[in-house]
Design a protein around this ligand. Structure first.
Ligand code: FDM
Ligand code: MG
Length: 188
C-alpha cells in the first residue's frame, strides 16, 4: 500500500541472549507473511569503520575508550541515510543491537576500570565476561525507563520457537503502530 512506512524493530540484550537467532527468524517470518523486511546489525563490521571495530572487539588493536565509543556511533550514523530511505519505502528493519548497546557498553566500561572478570562460557571478544555483561544489563534497564520507545521485555530463557512466536506477534503489532507514527529521531 502506498505511503506505508516500515517499522524499526531493535533487539537489545546481553551477549548470547539469542538476538541474532531471533532476528533472522523474525525477518524470515515477516517475509513469509508478505511484509518487506531486512536484518541489520551493529556494529556493522563490513565498513571501514566496522573493520576497525571488529579488530578492536577481537583484541587485535587497542583504542582509547572515547574514540571507540565515537566509532561505534559513527558506524550507526553511516547507515542512517539508508535506514531512513528503507523505512520510508516501507521496509521493516530488524536491528541486532543499536544505540542502546552503544550507551550500555560504554557506560559499563566507565563503571569498571578493572576488567579482571572470570570467563564463563562467553567467547573471547572484548566485553565477553559476566561482570561486564551484568553492568551493561543494568544500563539497559535504565534506558528502558524511556517509555516513548515502546520497549517490550522478553524472557530470553524461553526456547527458540516460543520466543520467536512472542517476538513475531509483538512485531506485527509494532508494524501496524508504526504506520500511524512518522519516522522520528532517537533521543531528540
Ligand atoms: N557494542 C556494540 C558496543 O560496545 N557499542 C556499540 O555501540 C555496539 C553496537 O560490541 F559486546 C558491543 C556489544 C558487544 C559487541 O558484539 C558486539 P556482537 O556479538 O557482534 O553483537
Ligand atoms: Mg558477541
Amino acid at each position: 500500500m502506498a505511503g506505508r512506512r516500515g517499522a524499526l524493530i531493535v533487539l537489545e540484550g546481553m551477549d548470547r541472549a539469542g538476538k541474532t537467532t531471533q532476528g533472522r527468524k523474525l525477518v524470515a517470518a515477516l517475509l513469509e507473511a508478505g511484509h518487506t523486511a531486512e536484518l541489520l546489525r551493529f556494529p556493522e563490521r563490513s565498513t571501514e569503520i566496522g573493520k576497525l571495530l571488529g579488530s578492536y572487539l577481537e583484541k587485535k588493536n587497542n583504542m582509547e575508550d572515547h574514540t571507540v565509543h565515537l566509532l561505534f556511533s559513527a558506524n550507526r550514523w553511516e547507515q542512517v541515510p539508508l535506514i531512513k530511505e528503507k523505512l520510508s519505502r516501507g521496509v521493516t528493519l530488524v536491528v541486532d543491537r543499536y544505540a542502546f548497546s552503544g550507551v550500555a557498553f560504554t557506560s559499563a566500561k566507565e563503571l569498571s576500570s578493572v576488567e579482571a572478570a572470570k570467563r564463563g562460557d562467553f567467547g573471547n571478544e572484548r566485553y565477553e565476561n559476566n561482570v561486564f555483561q551484568e553492568k551493561a544489563l543494568q544500563r539497559f534497564y535504565q534506558l528502558m525507563k524511556d517509555d516513548s520507545l515502546n520497549w517490550k521485555t522478553i524472557d530470553a530463557s524461553k526456547n527458540i520457537e516460543d520466543l520467536h512466536k512472542e517476538i513475531y506477534s509483538l512485531s506485527e503489532e509494532t508494524i501496524q503502530m508504526a504506520q500511524e507514527t512518522p519516522v522520528g529521531e532517537l533521543w531528540k
